[in-house]
Design a protein around this ligand. Structure first.
Ligand code: ZN
Length: 54
C-alpha cells in the first residue's frame, strides 16, 4: 500500500526534524545526509520511531 502524499509532506525525521523522502516501495529516509535514518512503512503507515526505540 503506497503512502499518501499528504502524509509524506507533514512527516519529519524525529531525530533531526528534517523532511523525509520515499526510497523504494516501503521505506522513508531522512533527507539530512548526516542523519540518513531509514524508517519502514508498514501497511501504508510509516514507523517514525527512532531506531533505538523500535
Ligand atoms: Zn534525520
Amino acid at each position: 500500500m503506497p503512502i499518501k502524499k499528504e502524509l509524506l509532506e507533514i512527516l519529519v525525521c524525529p531525530l533531526c526534524k528534517n523532511k523525509v523522502k520515499i526510497v523504494g516501495a516501503d521505506k522513508l529516509i531522512c533527507t539530512n545526509d548526516e542523519c540518513g535514518t531509514i524508517y519502514p512503512i508498514e501497511d501504508g503507515i510509516p514507523n517514525m520511531l527512532p531506531p533505538d526505540l523500535r
